[in-house]
Design a protein around this ligand. Structure first.
Ligand SMILES: NC(=O)NC1=NC(=O)NC1=O
Length: 244
């Protein structure tokens, strides 16, 4: 059986539930989803500073998941915060929702667009496109210009803006697929795909299927080279929980 730890790096319980729902909707019958978020940290992640804070929470959860013997870990925030650090700490695979959605998009379209939240986080998506080697696959990036947690405020405004930006992307970008750029948008992909007639891809569900595939193939994070476990040294103060 496959047990996947899905980590919402922000501390929003509502968004953790949205993410968990999207993961469970696609999980195979033998797959168990453990949805978690850090007890402390940022209620939403909307920039480089928030990402640095969130990365510590991600690492704490990855350590707990490793100790619990999970089959793999998902970082369910579109900045993939702490991804490589998490891979050093983990024994099993770690997949970020941005990389998962981008990989899936390249399998169904020659170019994709991204629809994310705040304009200031567009640079984070651009950095990831560069890091993952997908820059030439991304036709355009759009932002709904609303804070992340409006996706959980029940007003429907953020969801309306996501739909509008997806329609704009479909009409103007010349791309064949759209990547949703936030964990909180995970529940919108299926309906938008059907309504708009273009693949709209959510990274949470994409990451679940990637971890299941890695598990089935017996593939785990390579410990040969730079993703080997961290060098052992006495970490002090608040970081002491990482020792041993
Ligand atoms: N681009 C984003 O909105 N990233 C995110 N911030 C969060 O708090 N969760 C996300 O997925």
């Amino acid at each position: 059986d496959c047990v996947i730890q899905v980590i919402n790096p922000n501390t929003s319980q509502a968004m953790t539930a949205t993410i968990a729902g999207a993961a469970r909707a696609v999980a195979a019958p033998g797959t168990k989803i453990l949805a978690v978020c850090p007890p402390e940290g940022a209620p939403s992640i909307e920039g480089h500073f928030d990402e640095a804070i969130a990365a510590i929470g991600v690492l704490q959860q990855v350590k707990l998941g490793r100790e619990a013997g999970v089959s793999g870990h998902i970082i369910a925030c579109f900045g993939d915060p702490g991804l490589l650090a998490a891979r050093e700490l983990a024994s099993r695979p770690v997949v970020g929702i941005a990389e998962a959605a981008m990989h899936m998009a390249t399998l169904v379209a020659t170019r994709f667009s991204i629809v994310t939240t705040l304009p200031r986080t567009l640079i984070i998506a651009r950095h990831l496109l560069h890091q993952y080697g997908f820059e030439r696959h991304c036709a355009a990036l759009h932002a709904i210009d609303l804070p992340v947690l409006t996706l959980e405020d029940g007003s429907g405004l953020a969801q309306k803006k996501v739909r509008e930006q997806c329609i704009k992307a479909k009409q103007h970008d010349g791309s064949g697929a759209i990547v949703l750029g936030c964990g909180g948008m995970a529940d919108l992909a299926r309906e938008l795909t059907q309504e708009l007639g273009i693949p709209v891809i959510d990274g949470v569900s994409a990451a679940v299927k990637m971890i299941e595939s890695l598990h089935a193939l017996g593939l785990s994070t390579s410990k040969h080279g730079d993703l080997d476990f961290p060098l052992v040294k006495p970490l002090s103060g608040m970081f002491g929980s990482f020792n041993g």
